[in-house]
Design a protein around this ligand. Structure first.
Ligand code: GDP
Length: 421
C-alpha cells in the first residue's frame, strides 16, 4: 500500500479553548486509539456501571498524562485520515516547542486554531496566530469550538468569525488561507460527523478540511542543504561527515561545497543505515565521503550544498525574533549564542531595527532602545564567526534559529535577509 503523505499539524489557541478535547475527538473518531485499549476501557467502564462512551477513555488518558506531568498531552499524537498521515507537533507553549523548532523537528506545515465560541479571541489566540505566521504556517483551519455553550447560534458564530478575520488581517495572514468551522469538540459536532444541531452550516467538517489541505511539497526541488552533525574518520573509507538532508538531493558523483569552511569535492559514496545508496533525500540521515576532504577541513555546523549553488554565509543577517524570556532588557551590542541547524555561534545584535506588536504584527517603534520579554522585533545580527544560514522565505529548513543565554532559550526567530560575504 502506498504510504500516505505526511502532514505536521500544530494545534494552537488560548488555554482551555478545547485543543486537547479536539485532538482527543480526532484520535478517537479516526480510529487512532487501538481497539484493544478501547475494549479494555469499555469493560472497565461497564464493570463500574458506566458503559458506553469510549471517547471518555481518550480524554481520561490525556488528563492522566497531564496530571503525571508527563509530556503535556497533545503533542506527538498521530492519526490518519483518508488522505494524510498526521503528526501533531509541539504547540507554542509546550516545553519542547522552541527546542524542536530549532532542530526542525516540529516544523508545522499547517495549523488548527481553536477559538471558544463563548470567549471569542483571547490573548493567546493573538499570540499563537502571530507565531504561526512568523513560523510560516501555510493554511489555518479555524474551529469555533464549544458551540454547545452558545446554543449553537449562528449569530454568535458569525461574531467570532469576524473577530478572527480581523486578527488575521492585522498580522497579514491571508484570510483566503483560513477556513472556519463551527464545532463542539466535546459533543462531536462537525469534527468527523456532521452536526444535527447546526442546520444553518453546510460547509466542511474538520476532517474534510484536514483532508483538503494541500500536500506539503517535499523540499526536493530546493538546492541541497545538509547541515553537518559530526565528522568521523573511518578506516578504509576516510573522512565521513554525517548529517540529515534538510532540502534537495545528494547523489554520488555530485560536486559539493561545505560552508563556511569553504572546501569541496566530489561525493564518492553515501551510506544510510549501514548500506551504500546512490542518492539521499530530505529527511535521510547519511554518512558520506567526499574526495580530498580531510577530517580537520570540515566541522559540525558546516552546511553541505552543491558547488554551483553553495550554502550562504552571513556576514550579517536581518531576522524577525520573538523574545520569550529575558531577565532584563536586550539592547544593541548584546552577544548571546545563536543556535541554527547544527551550528552554535555567538552573534552580536548589531541593531534593533523595529519593534513589532506581538499580537498584531504592526510596527510599533522604529529603532527602539531596547526590547524585552514578550516583544517581537526585527534585528540586524553579526555572527562572531562565519555562519551558514539562509533566508527562511527561500529555505525555511535553514532559516530559523533560537537564541540562548544563561542556560535558557531567550528568543526564537527566522532569517529575513542574508548579507553575504
Ligand atoms: P485546552 O487547554 O485548549 O487543551 O482545552 P481542553 O481541551 O483541556 O478543554 C478545556 C475545558 O473545556 C475542558 O473542561 C473541556 O471539557 C471543555 N471543552 C472542550 N471542548 C468543549 C466543547 O466543545 N464544549 C464544551 N461545553 N466544553 C468543552
Amino acid at each position: 500500500m502506498p504510504e500516505k503523505p505526511h502532514q505536521n499539524l500544530a494545534i494552537i489557541g488560548h488555554v482551555d479553548h478545547g485543543k486537547s478535547t479536539l485532538v482527543g475527538r480526532l484520535l478517537y473518531e479516526t480510529g487512532s486509539v487501538p481497539e484493544h485499549i478501547i475494549e479494555q476501557h469499555k469493560e472497565e467502564a461497564e464493570e463500574k456501571g458506566k458503559g458506553g462512551f469510549e471517547f471518555a477513555y481518550v480524554m481520561d488518558n490525556l488528563a492522566e498524562e497531564r496530571e503525571r506531568g508527563v509530556t503535556i498531552d497533545i503533542a506527538h499524537q498521530e492519526f490518519q485520515t483518508d488522505e494524510y498521515y498526521f503528526t501533531i507537533v509541539d504547540t507554542p507553549g509546550h516545553r519542547d516547542f522552541v527546542k524542536n523548532m530549532i532542530t526542525g523537528a516540529s516544523q508545522a506545515d499547517n495549523a488548527v486554531l481553536v477559538v471558544a465560541a463563548d470567549d471569542g479571541v483571547a490573548p493567546q489566540t493573538q499570540e499563537h496566530v502571530f507565531l504561526a505566521r512568523t513560523l510560516g504556517i501555510n493554511e489555518l483551519i479555524v474551529g469555533v469550538n464549544k458551540m454547545d455553550r452558545v446554543d449553537y447560534e449562528e449569530s454568535r458564530y458569525r461574531e467570532v468569525v469576524t473577530e478572527v478575520e480581523d486578527l488575521l488581517n492585522q498580522v497579514r495572514f491571508a484570510t483566503e488561507d483560513a477556513s472556519f468551522i463551527p464545532i463542539s469538540a466535546l459533543e462531536g459536532d462537525n469534527v468527523v460527523e456532521r452536526s444535527g444541531n447546526m442546520e444553518w452550516y453546510d460547509g466542511e467538517l474538520v476532517l474534510e478540511a484536514l483532508n483538503g489541505l494541500e500536500e506539503p511539497e517535499p523540499p526536493t526541488d530546493a538546492p541541497l542543504r545538509l547541515p553537518i552533525q559530526d565528522v568521523y574518520t573511518i578506516s578504509g573509507i576516510g573522512t565521513v561527515p554525517v548529517g540529515r538532508v534538510e532540502t534537495g538531493l545528494l547523489n554520488t558523483g555530485d560536486n559539493v561545497s561545505f560552508q563556511p569552511s569553504d572546501v569541496g569535492g566530489e561525493v564518492k559514496t553515501i551510506e544510510m543505515h549501514h548500506e551504500e545508496v546512490p542518492r539521499a533525500e530530505p529527511g535521510d540521515n547519511v554518512g558520506f565521503n567526499v574526495r580530498g576532504i580531510g577530517k580537520d577541513d570540515i566541522h559540525r555546523g558546516d552546511v553541505c550544498g552543491p558547488a554551483d549553488d553553495p550554502p550562504s554565509v552571513a556576514e550579517t543577517f536581518t531576522a524577525q525574533i520573538v523574545v520569550m524570556q529575558h531577565p532584563s532588557v536586550i539592547t544593541d551590542g548584546y552577544t548571546p549564542v545563536f543556535h541554527a541547524h547544527t551550528a552554535q555561534v555567538a552573534c552580536t545584535i548589531e541593531s534593533i531595527d523595529q519593534k513589532i506588536d506581538a499580537s498584531s504584527g504592526e510596527v510599533e517603534e522604529e529603532n527602539p532602545d531596547f526590547i524585552q520579554s514578550g516583544d517581537a522585533a526585527v534585528i540586524t545580527v553579526r555572527p562572531q564567526k562565519p555562519l551558514s544560514i539562509e533566508p527562511s522565505s527561500e529555505i525555511p529548513e535553514l532559516g530559523s534559529f533560537a537564541v540562548r543565554d544563561m542556560g535558557q532559550t531567550i528568543a526564537a526567530g527566522r532569517v529575513l535577509e542574508v548579507n553575504g560575504s
